[in-house]
Design a protein around this ligand. Structure first.
Ligand code: BEZ
Ligand code: FE
Length: 288
């Protein structure tokens, strides 16, 4: 305790105020926040006006949030914090499929569909066939596993971003693996897209000289009994933003060639027009 709070003793004085916190985790977190926040302030020495600007930015970030918009998660995303939290919480054996951010567009439940279903209801885009398998880390196929997918269309829009224009549940599906743990579906090749730029986080990204784009991807959640679920993506090799994803979600193991196929017989077999693209995605789950 002190009645003389100075620039020199400020950090020690504030830290000491949390010494008697009855909840050990709250104490640890509070003291770490104080320690790092004070170090930040000592490093950047903001003017009073700059500090008010920071408070105003956080205020506007909160005000932008509603039922379908979470601007604070977006802030965590563009600072790489979401990816770091995800990595820390998903340490898995090296054979297991790597996880990445969930993102904000899994806001509706994907419709259960039979294997081979076409998830693209909007009628445009380059045909894509996705084949795959769900296996355990020792290679055992997992029959009856669930594969939940959602993606943007060829213009980079999710169904929920264009209600009334894009069909409900467009480019979403929940598949169940069959013999050999296999699943497959028809879709269209997704495009890259920008994160929402009409809020304070978008302004911050632009003011920082960064672009707002995520490279083209399909979201996957793989789930099977007795196994840890994985929330992940499949990224399209060759995408212009693959090296600089605005939310730092890319991992080398998740980038795949979406092969261009010119094979009328195969196209007929899959029930798509020729030419089409094909990607194979094995999801490897770690046992609980
Ligand atoms: C997404 O992939 O859907 C996403 C992830 C983080 C921020 C914005 C979008
Ligand atoms: Fe996405």
């Amino acid at each position: 305790m002190s009645r003389n709070f100075t620039e020199e003793n400020a950090t020690q004085e504030v830290l000491a105020r949390y010494d008697d916190c009855p909840d050990p985790r709250l104490k640890e977190v509070s003291q770490a926040i104080v320690k790092h926040l004070h170090a930040l302030i000592r490093e950047i020495e903001p003017t009073t006006q700059e500090w008010m600007q920071a408070i105003e930015f956080l205020t506007r970030t909160g005000q932008k949030c509603d039922d379908v918009r979470q601007e604070f998660i977006l802030l965590s995303d563009v600072l790489g914090v979401s990816t770091l939290v995800d990595a820390i919480n998903n340490r898995k054996p090296p054979e297991a499929t790597e996880s990445t951010v969930l993102g904000p567009f899994h806001m509706v439940e994907s419709p259960p569909l039979p294997n081979g279903a076409d998830v693209a209801q909007h009628g445009t885009g380059e045909p894509l066939v996705v084949t795959g398998q769900v296996v355990s880390v020792d290679g055992t196929p997992l029959v009856g596993a669930k594969v939940d997918i959602w993606q943007a269309n060829e213009e980079g829009f999710y169904d929920v971003q264009k209600p009334g224009e894009l069909p409900d549940l467009n480019l979403r599906g929940l598949f169940t693996t069959e013999d050999d743990g296999r699943y497959w579906f028809r879709s269209i090749t997704p495009s890259y897209y920008p994160i929402p730029t009409d809020g304070p986080v978008g302004e911050f990204v632009t003011a920082s000289g960064r672009h707002p784009n995520r490279p083209a991807h399909i979201h996957f959640i793989g789930m099977a009994e007795g196994h840890e679920p994985v929330v992940t993506h499949l990224f399209v090799e060759g995408d212009p933003w693959i090296e600089s994803d605005v939310v730092f979600g890319v991992k080398e193991t998740l980038v795949r060639d979406f092969d261009l196929m010119d094979d009328p017989a195969k196209a007929a077999e899959y029930g798509v027009s020729n030419p089409f693209r094909h990607v194979h995605n094995v999801i490897t789950l770690a046992p609980v």
